[in-house]
Each structure stands twice: as structure tokens, then as C-alpha cells.
Design a protein around this ligand. Structure first.
Ligand code: 5GP
Length: 176
């Protein structure tokens, strides 16, 4: 039985997630075909999505991670910081950024710009497990989205509440 279930309302079940990952894997494999792609996970929230997704991509995949932090209570892109840089050279390469959730869009906009302008990536595509279109504060392109959700705060499948609940196999709405 899931822990503390009284606080959670399951929004996306384990079965729905598994089905969607297969679909995303097919779409992404169809896009890259036999080409190489460097898959970059944004820590920490993307680690479970990335692990499931890359096992459904048939192209030649290399994997790396970046760490990003944004200060709470501000919406400025200037407050987004890289806390862990890439260990693979992406210059001239195809890059697929894998995000847990796109909320305001500020993190992904920062990262897309960073990868092209500072790291010289040839092409940057983005796959996000979740997207909250109503929360957007910037225009950003997200090429593949697992599920669109409303403005609720969600946990599970890599997403935390104060570093807890990342291990839950489903997505739930967190209620205090
Ligand atoms: P953005 O820059 O798009 O506003 O923020 C993206 C980041 O905010 C995500 O990678 C995630 O860490 C965090 N975030 C946004 N919405 C949620 C949510 O509903 N639940 C959790 N656990 N984190 C969220």
C-alpha cells in the first residue's frame, strides 16, 4: 500500500505512465532514427522519467545530467543557476533535454539557450514528462510532453515535496 495515501490524490497511474512512455519512445525514436542523440537529464526530478524513456528509444543514445537551481520566490531568469555542468561535449551534436515538469518555463528556456549559445549544440529538443501550460511565464518550445496537467502541485515519479516522495511510481496531487 502506498505511504501516507491519505494526503495524496492519484492523478496519473503507473499503468497510464507506462503506456505513455512507450508512445513517447516511439515518437522520439522515429524522429532520431539511426542518428545519435545526447540525452541530458535535469537533476534531480527527471531521473526516473529519463531511465524509463531511454529504454524505449531505439536510436544511439548518450546520457548526461545537468543540475539547475532557481531561487524560491522569484521569477527572474537571472536567478537560475547551473549547479552541475555537463561532462560530455555537445558541440555540433543533437541534444534532447529531459525534464520532469515544465511550469513557468524559465528553467527550460535558460537551458535551451545555454546549450546552444554556450555549449554549441547543433539542435536542442525537449521532452518533458509533465507540462503545466497555464503556469507559463515565458514562451518556450517543448517538443514532446507526456501529460498536460493543471496548476496543482504534484509529486511522485521523480518529483518531490521537500525531497520526499520521488520514489512513488505514480503522479499524485500533494495536499498538506
Ligand atoms: P519552471 O522553471 O518551469 O518554473 O520550473 C521547473 C521546475 O520546477 C521543475 O523541474 C520542478 O523541479 C519544479 N516544479 C514545478 N512544478 C512542480 C510540481 O508540481 N511539483 C514538483 N515536485 N516540482 C515542481
Amino acid at each position: 500500500m502506498p505511504k501516507n495515501i491519505k494526503n495524496f490524490q492519484i492523478l496519473i497511474s503507473e499503468e497510464e505512465i507506462a503506456r505513455r512512455i512507450i508512445g513517447l519512445g516511439q515518437e522520439i525514436s522515429g524522429f532520431y532514427n539511426d542518428n545519435s542523440v545526447i540525452v541530458i537529464g535535469v537533476l534531480k526530478g527527471s531521473f526516473i522519467f529519463l531511465a524509463d524513456l531511454v529504454r524505449r528509444i531505439n536510436s544511439d543514445v548518450h546520457i548526461d545530467f545537468v543540475g539547475i537551481s532557481s531561487y524560491a520566490g522569484t521569477q527572474s531568469t537571472q536567478d537560475i543557476k547551473l549547479t552541475r555542468d555537463l561532462s560530455i561535449n555537445v558541440e555540433g551534436k543533437n541534444v534532447l533535454v529531459v525534464e520532469d515538469i515544465i511550469d513557468t518555463g524559465l528553467t527550460i528556456s535558460y537551458l535551451q539557450k545555454y546549450l546552444v549559445e554556450k555549449k554549441g549544440a547543433r539542435e536542442v529538443k525537449t521532452a518533458a514528462f509533465l507540462s503545466k501550460p497555464l503556469a507559463r511565464k515565458t514562451t518556450c518550445v517543448v517538443d514532446w510532453v507526456g501529460f498536460e496537467i493543471g496548476n496543482e502541485f504534484v509529486i511522485g515519479y521523480g518529483l518531490d515535496y521537500n525531497e520526499r516522495y520521488r520514489e512513488l511510481p505514480y503522479i499524485a496531487i500533494y495536499k498538506e
